[in-house]
Design a protein around this ligand. Sequence first.
Ligand code: BES
Ligand code: ZN
Ligand code: ZN
Length: 475
Amino acid sequence: MKLILENNVFANIYADIAVRFVDKTMLETQLDHALLERFGFKGESEESCLLLERGVLYCGVEDFGSDALRQAATTAIRALWKLKIERIKFEGFGLEGIAALVEGVVLGGYRFERYKSEKSECAIREVVFASASRDGALQPYDVMKARFEAARIVAEATNYTRDLVNATPEEVYPEALAQAARALSERNDLTCRVLDEAALESEKMMAILAVGRASRHQPRLIHVAYVPKNPKKVITLVGKGLTYDSGGLSLKPAANMVTMKMDKAGACAVLGILKAVSELGLEIEVHGFIGAAENMVGSNSYKPDDVLRARSGKTIEVRNTDAEGRLVLADVLDYAQSLISADYLFDYATLTGACVVALGPYTSGVMGHSERLKASALQAAEQSGELAGVLPFNRHLKKLIKSEIADVCNVSSKPYGGAITAGLFLDHFIREEMKEKWLHFDIAGSAYTEGAWDCNSYGATGAGVRLSLALIQAL
Ligand code: BES
Ligand code: ZN
Ligand code: ZN
């Protein structure tokens, strides 16, 4: 499917189907008003009405803001998916609207069909966007084109992340994730270094090693970097890459274990961000560090009651082997900080079920010490079409992860506030000089869905990719 921005007014663009967005107030003035009424079309969000002979698809919109445009473009591409038509066109909604339309088409049109014997072929070859607004106002084409291209890159990077997350744990195990990182690095001119088990041992990363110990697949630490000529800033990204989380000896109940292939979503988001950053050619140096491991059960499993010495030297009392992500991140965060002195440090992790309880299944949790940085993250979410909410640290919750026998405990002594206590655990591994530069994104709810919402279909959403690209470019 080719996306084309045409420097033209809508009426003068050739297409098999013209997509038109209408809200409730505009229904009466439509040429096809009588037909639409007969079909019971009301112009509501997520509603569409195809008048094939007329060559028009009507889609309802709540308003003409980005969120509504993205939703309507999603509705449109899904409605037209199975038709035998080759070329469709969208009206222009100015400089502010173009990204939302592209996202709606690219993200809303995403389907993961790798494991289906019969793929649902889409006949649409060309999707044309009018650069002129629908009132006929011409837009500066080069500005429009730049936004169009950037949106396409970001949306495709999001789909890249989705593909990787959706792959089965049989296919994507730690070394396979490393292989994906190498392949991306090759294609996009990034540097890539992978630490194997022996290297992790010489780095004294006993936390990630313990988590991955019972798996037939050894853990890996993956470092991918985009280093442009004259970078204005240096940013470090850290991702949780649990290619499967069975819970370990603190085994998950059967119903909670399904979907845990998505416990690598933080790592995959980091790779997606690097893909986009390099294709956008940003003047920012970006380092991605991924802790890849498989949390399994075996005679050599790590155990509740173990005490692990992390790379930083801190000791961790393990009371639940299912709180493994924070253990992996403890080592990777420390390694990343020792290697790169960055202006910002962001980590991404499907870290806690508690985050889903706190914010619901669509919203990423944002944690950190810098009010300014957290506010920037929320603004980036708003701008990019992702949902995010701040979960506030406090000193009382900090006490709940104290350990009687080690420096810190991997679970809280109380059952509430689990997303925050997990964030506070990570805080133990953030160096003093990085405290104000650090953000933690808990994407446990937002990274994966078993029902379509917004421009997301069943499976991985690519949470964190769009948000972070908006954030990185705003800093
Ligand atoms: N990967 C899970 C968190 C998770 C849960 C992600 C649901 C996505 C959806 C994580 O490793 C985990 O199991 N966390 C435990 C922590 C608890 C043992 C303190 C949890 O949330 O129950
Ligand atoms: Zn777990
Ligand atoms: Zn996990």
